[in-house]
Structure formats: structure tokens, C-alpha cells
Design a protein. Structure first.
Length: 119
């Protein structure tokens, strides 16, 4: 069994606070196939309550996190109108070390975002 796991969190860099209440979807990607394997919502600290991909399900491969940020940006008056510049943010990445902790955070603002492999 793998010892690794995947975590994520979201920071609202426009307001300088954790972003709570955002739904995150996790997909396993194989070629053109996407299979949803997890759904989570960020808590008051901008984190999921547990790893979005725990040890028991962790394996090497390609994955995609989709951060559904549109409603959050609108709720905080950071985006208006029917068509938002950012609504869903996909981040595709690979896992090759089944014994490592992978952390993929999202730094969010109304008109841009960034990510990195954290610890």
C-alpha cells in the first residue's frame, strides 16, 4: 500500500484570507478519459477536512483538480455579471512517487491564480 496522499487548500489573495465554501473535484485522467474520484468543500481554513486523495486510494498517475470558484468570487463581490473571467479552474498534474505527500494549493484572485507543489 502506498504511504502518499494528496492535499490542497485555497487562499484568497485579493482579500488575504483562506477561501471557504469552495467545491473541489478530483479526477483521475487517462488519455481522454476523466473519472471523478473525489469531491470536497473547503472549510474555514480554506482546506479540505481530510486529504482529497487519501493513502488507501493513492497511486501514481495523472490527475486533475477542478476548483469551482465562480460562486465564491461572486459572493465576495469579486466578480459580477453572467460571464465570469474565472468560474472553474482546472489544474492537471502527475504523481510519480506513491510514498510522497503531494500538496497542490490554489492562490486565487478575481483575474488570476497560481499554484505550486507545496509540502
Amino acid at each position: 500500500m502506498a504511504n502518499g496522499y494528496l492535499t490542497t487548500h485555497i487562499l484568497d489573495t485579493a482579500q488575504g484570507v483562506p477561501a471557504s465554501g469552495i467545491t473541489i473535484l478530483l479526477y483521475r485522467v487517462s488519455g481522454n478519459s476523466h473519472r471523478k474520484i473525489a469531491t470536497a468543500v473547503t472549510n474555514e481554513d480554506g482546506r479540505t477536512e481530510s486529504p482529497i486523495l487519501p493513502q488507501k486510494d493513492f497511486k501514481a498517475g495523472h490527475y486533475e483538480l477542478i476548483f469551482q470558484v465562480g460562486a465564491y468570487l461572486e459572493q465576495h463581490n469579486l466578480a459580477t455579471g453572467d460571464v465570469k473571467f474565472l468560474d472553474q479552474i482546472p489544474i492537471r498534474f502527475g504523481i510519480d512517487d506513491e510514498d510522497a505527500h503531494y500538496h497542490v494549493p490554489l492562490l486565487l484572485s478575481p483575474y488570476g491564480y497560481s499554484t505550486y507543489r507545496g509540502s
